[in-house]
Design a protein around this ligand. Structure first.
Ligand code: HEM
Length: 140
């Protein structure tokens, strides 16, 4: 990711003091957020269109988002260790992502943040950072 790339602006670049990764509870906390995100996607009718873009079994999706977010939130680069540069926008090209898909992804993540009782200030900051990345993923 280059400096001119909106994806380069991650929560971790904003503050070096306590990373969002640490504030979420480290690897287990990030995993719990990711698991809630995919559970909601699987369960809640408003996210059905988003769910339909994903494979029948979500195990691989859970692992990849977990590994990615650990690094993106300022923790260990578990995704890059396994797969190299995330090339997130390119990896999303096979899926039709417009405003509706972006907004479902955001709503699902915001619900997960709320249900995990992530502290309001951090949830707000993460919502803004997720929105930048989700919007950048639009390809329609
Ligand atoms: C904007 C709406 C989005 C949609 C509709 C979407 C959809 C998808 C789908 C269908 C996959 C494939 C799942 C699989 O292969 O198991 C995927 C993979 C992935 N997504 Fe998203 N996504 C969105 C936004 C995001 C955002 C905002 C992030 C990060 C903050 C993200 C991170 C990832 C990662 C890390 C992968 C795995 C990539 C790989 O290694 O293949 N996605 N996404």
């Amino acid at each position: 990711m280059g400096a001119d790339d909106p994806g380069a602006q991650t929560p971790a670049t904003v503050s070096a003091a306590a990373t969002p990764y640490a504030r979420l509870g480290g690897e287990a906390g990030v995993r719990a957020l990711v698991d809630r995100f995919y559970d909601l996607m699987d369960l809640e009718p408003p996210y059905a269109a988003l769910r339909a873009l994903h494979p029948a079994a979500l195990d691989g999706s859970r692992d990849k988002l977990h590994w990615f977010l650990c690094g993106w939130l300022g923790g260990p680069d578990l995704y890059i260790e396994r797969f190299g540069h995330p090339r997130l926008r390119a990896r999303h090209m096979p899926y039709r992502i417009g405003i509706a898909e972006r907004d479902q992804w955001m709503a699902c993540m915001m619900q997960a943040l709320q249900e995990r009782e992530v502290e309001a200030g951090l949830a707000q900051r993460l919502t803004e950072a997720f929105f930048g990345t989700a919007d950048w993923m639009r390809n329609r």
